[in-house]
Design a binder for this molecule. Structure first.
Ligand code: URA
Length: 189
């Protein structure tokens, strides 16, 4: 079966998920969006209010910044990459996802990465980076490099919300990380 169809099946399973208490408070599951055959995948933290309402990851302010950086640094639209989150349901009041929620949701993300088989995964912020690199170190220390994890190169960078809060320096570092990702997927820079 083609990757797209297997992702659609997985999304259908996830849509009815009750593996953790976030099922009770979500509007809908925010599974992921983009090209099932993408070379480049982004992993954020968790859906926020807009994402919960629309069912699509990164459609709020953070998403608008991500879209802009994608175009400016990679010349790509969001339909040319794949975008997902560590947890697929919105934590109430945008609180941090809890360890048990991350553990419950982890198999969906792992299956997404395995089906899409991207060359590069850009992790946005601490939650995605710590989960996929299996570390408790922080993003400030880890960013600025690429890490091989199985067949994938993992490029940690800040969450766009951190750039919205932190301003120019954080944004410049995010841009540099995206250029690193671009080189790794073999797009001319
Ligand atoms: N922040 C995230 O981490 N993911 C989203 O989908 C939106 C905001």
């Amino acid at each position: 079966m083609a990757t797209g169809s297997r992702l659609v099946e997985l999304a259908a399973t996830a849509a009815g998920c009750t593996r953790c208490p976030l099922a009770a408070t979500r509007t809908q599951v925010v599974f992921g969006t983009g090209d099932p055959d993408a070379d480049l995948m982004f992993v954020g933290e968790a859906p926020g209010r807009e994402e919960d309402l629309q069912g699509v990851p990164f459609v709020g302010r953070s998403g608008q910044l991500l879209d802009r950086l994608l175009v400016e640094e990679l010349g790509l639209g969001r339909h040319q990459v794949y975008i997902a989150n560590v947890v697929k349901c919105r934590p109430p009041d945008n609180r941090d996802p809890r360890p048990e929620e991350i553990t419950a949701c982890r198999p969906y993300l792992e299956e997404q990465v395995s089906l899409i088989a991207p060359k590069v995964v850009v992790t946005l912020g601490n939650f995605a980076t710590r989960l996929l690199l299996d570390t408790d170190q922080g993003i400030t220390k880890l960013r600025g490099a690429a890490y091989p994890v199985g067949d994938v190169q993992l490029v940690p960078t800040f969450h766009p919300a951190a750039a919205l809060r932190g301003g120019g320096v954080v944004l410049a570092q995010m841009r540099a990380d995206l250029v690193r990702a671009k080189q790794l997927i073999g797009l001319a820079s």
